[in-house]
Design a protein. Structure first.
Length: 385
């Protein structure tokens, strides 16, 4: 009797435990089913917008910023080459050649420089994936090319300036130093220092071997140069009051073919328009050679004069280095002029009497001789109406 009673109690407890387990398992199954359907237990989310489970892994750190969304796609314009051209690392013949492209080849144009003389293109062999070619040798079919605005990143302590016209960047503070390349008008430069006479500025120039170069202060718009450090020709700061002299460096010219820049009378290697309130003095350094290399340079200039004057006198200087003399011709409206005088290496203050507001061209060529004939020249023209 007692055994039967105990057995009944045990069976009752066992059935209760089993019933509890079944309820628990049922509840767990319901929760799992709800979770798998993506239904949340909260009521903050409208029924029409179910919560989607997050499947991304949790990051251990939040230091890496999330990249901004892409808001625009660059416009790439297709063009066709009209000649075999060099692809350069920057917009000018002074920049390194990255390779050659053949005539008739199709290119993708990204932008043009400020005066529209050079196009930035897609060029995969370049480390940056881009390069520059002369615009005159590209058929764009009349398409509009966007202008690439020069950008610069400067530290808070380094002042900046703006280049007023196309000019050479040199290895040292003087016109006799080697040219490292060309800066286009309106390029912003970071200024690192000046020479002892404050006539040349050292600027950041990534194309140079040291990452720096020198430009004439006359063609850089800068607010104040008084606080700039004084540097010697090597870029080393000079102690105030030091009597250290900085000798002018005159490199030995290398007799070899001049780099072909493919300029013509229709597309000169340099162009300047003088004005009473703007440019009054122009300096250009180039080189020519024969029978190989760049056989000629064309430099265009337009004089300025007060209203009513029909002629104006310009003053020209011409210095040369090399193993040949320089032939200089004056052209206007597609014709070589005679009776204008002459301009030869070593001339200082040579008078050029011309008509204002009309473009003229100087054509420079090396005098033929035995073997390679090479001339590196610096041309200076002053307009003082």
């Amino acid at each position: 009797m007692c055994d039967n009673h105990l057995t009944m109690q045990y069976n009752h407890r066992e059935r209760g435990r089993i019933h509890f387990m079944i309820k628990s398992l049922s509840l767990a199954l319901v929760v799992l089913l709800l979770a798998s359907c993506g239904i949340s237990g909260t009521t903050d989310t409208p029924a029409s917008s179910p919560t989607i489970p997050t499947l991304l892994p949790t990051l251990a750190s939040t230091d890496t910023p999330v990249p901004p969304p892409i808001t625009s796609t660059p416009i790439i314009i297709t063009g066709t080459l009209k000649a075999r051209v060099n692809v350069r690392s920057g917009p000018g013949t002074g920049y390194d050649s990255l390779g050659l492209l053949d005539s008739g080849q199709t290119i993708q144009i990204l932008a043009q420089n400020t005066d529209g003389t050079w196009f930035q293109i897609v060029y995969s062999p370049s480390p940056s994936g881009t390069g520059w070619i002369a615009a005159q040798f590209v058929d764009t079919g009349g398409q509009s090319i966007p202008t690439l605005t020069p950008q610069v990143t400067a530290s808070a302590s380094a002042p900046t300036g703006t280049v007023s016209q196309r000019l050479n960047v040199r290895a040292g503070p003087g016109p006799s130093y080697d040219s490292l390349g060309i800066l286009e008008a309106n390029t912003v430069v970071v200024i690192m220092g000046k020479n002892a006479t404050s006539s040349w500025l050292q600027v950041q120039y990534p194309v140079g071997t040291t990452g720096r170069g020198w430009v004439s202060v006359e063609y850089v718009k800068v607010d104040d140069t008084s606080g700039l450090p004084i540097l010697d020709a090597n870029g080393t700061p000079i102690t105030p009051g030091s009597s250290t002299s900085i000798p002018e460096f005159t490199p030995t010219p290398t007799v070899g073919p001049a780099l072909v820049d493919m300029d013509t009378s229709a597309s000169p290697v340099a162009r300047v328009i003088f004005s009473s309130s703007g440019i009054r003095k122009f300096i250009y350094t180039g080189d020519v050679s024969t029978p190989e290399g760049d056989v000629e340079d064309w430099v265009e200039f337009t004089a300025n004069a007060p209203s009513g004057k029909t002629s104006v006198t310009l003053f020209a200087n011409l210095s040369c280095r090399g193993n040949s003399a320089l032939i200089v011709e004056l052209w206007q409206n597609g014709k070589m002029l005679s009776g204008w005088g002459s301009l030869t290496c070593g001339d200082i203050g040579r008078n050029l009497v011309i008509t204002p507001s009309i473009p003229y061209l100087l054509r420079m060529r090396a005098t033929p001789g035995n073997g390679m004939q090479y001339v590196n020249y610096t041309l200076t023209i002053k307009n003082n109406p």
